[in-house]
Ligand binder design. Structure first.
Ligand SMILES: [Zn+2]
Length: 104
């Protein structure tokens, strides 16, 4: 999917519609932890309590075999940088796309 480099969007800091730059958030996937990371966090005393708290749940070990019918698309994780106040907001809900291209 192609996205424009800038867009006009509401800025909650300026309280107005401003021109905002679109950029992808680089780094690890949102809310996803590997099995080893969860085990290590447990030892260090994090992720304790009732429920999985969004990301600290137990997971089965990763299978060698690829399951059929798995999704090929990934959810987007975008950030918007306001050109007036230079503050950054992240999108609250990603949408699925196979390939994301931000046009120059
Ligand atoms: Zn702003």
């Amino acid at each position: 999917m192609k996205l424009p480099k800038t867009t006009r969007k509401y800025c909650k800091y300026c309280k107005n519609y401003t021109t905002q730059k679109i950029a992808e958030v680089k780094g690890k996937e949102r809310g996803a932890l590997k099995h080893g990371s969860i085990q290590r966090a447990r030892k260090r005393g994090r992720g304790q309590g009732f429920g999985n708290k969004g990301k600290w749940g137990s997971k089965p070990p990763i299978s060698k075999f690829k399951r059929t019918g798995a999704k090929v698309s990934k959810k987007t994780n975008l950030k918007y940088i306001c050109q007036t106040c230079k503050k950054t907001t992240v999108q609250n809900k990603g949408f699925r796309t196979k390939r994301l291209v931000i046009e120059q």
